[in-house]
Design a protein around this ligand. Structure first.
Ligand SMILES: [Zn+2]
Ligand SMILES: [Zn+2]
Length: 226
């Protein structure tokens, strides 16, 4: 099991669950394609392609098409199916139905599709029931959120606007999860590791204890698995 970041969809766990969600209907909903840009095993030519404008245009088109499908009824069906199965597995276990439902919410927000108020409310109630690790966790215990991913999910919920896609690969504050569009602030980047972002020095200070072990200068980062 690998992980290359602490936020949503920056680890195999999340991507595996996203692929599972793709297969919910016979007519597949390839939602995982909308979050798959950061896989550390992607060959180099793919990573280069992900930086191009051609890819950005293709992705934006995919997001619109997927939103239309979800708004036409598949979105509500997804919530119905995964809410019915949310008690499968424990909150800590890998097969946790609750965490899977969180990712259904994250993927639907990725497209900006409509979400019923009752589902939004339910997602909010689920978040505190999911295990979250402050920083490093051994792969065997690596289920659920890492704190920066949890904050990212909560900020996505708070700022959810139907019709506006939420892009999880955009930089977000590691403490409060906000992206620049939420706060109107240009995010600061940790000057040492270049890998963590914050709204301001206050958010940076709040996360320092958890971030310190992972804060390694880029040239010394020999291990990809965080
Ligand atoms: Zn912040
Ligand atoms: Zn750092």
């Amino acid at each position: 099991m690998g992980r290359w970041g602490h936020r949503l969809f920056e680890g195999d766990q999340d991507l595996d669950i996203a692929s599972e969600i793709n297969d919910t209907f016979e007519d597949k909903v390839p939602l995982s394609h909308l979050v798959f840009q950061t896989d550390m095993l992607a060959p180099n030519y793919c990573k280069v392609y992900y930086q191009t404008e051609a890819y950005a245009a293709e992705l934006a088109q995919d997001v619109v098409e997927m939103r239309q499908k979800l708004d036409a009824g598949l979105g509500n069906k997804l919530f119905d199916i995964y809410r019915a199965k949310e008690h499968e597995g424990g909150s800590f276990g890998l097969g946790s139905g609750k965490y899977r439902l969180i990712l259904v919410g994250a993927l639907v927000m990725r497209t900006g599709a409509k979400i019923r108020d009752s589902d939004l409310q339910h997602l909010r109630e689920l978040v505190p029931q999911i295990h979250s690790s402050p920083g490093f966790a051994l792969p065997i215990f690596d289920a659920g959120f890492r704190d920066p991913g949890k904050a990212q999910f909560l900020a996505a919920l708070d700022h959810y606007t139907p019709g506006t896609p939420r892009n999880y690969s955009e930089p977000s504050c590691f403490t409060c999860g906000k992206v620049e569009a939420d706060s109107g602030k240009v995010l600061l980047r940790c000057s040492r590791c270049q890998g963590a972002y914050y709204c301001d020095t206050e958010c940076q200070r709040a996360h320092w204890k958890a971030h310190k072990p992972a804060c390694i200068e880029p040239e010394k980062q020999w291990s990809l698995n965080v």
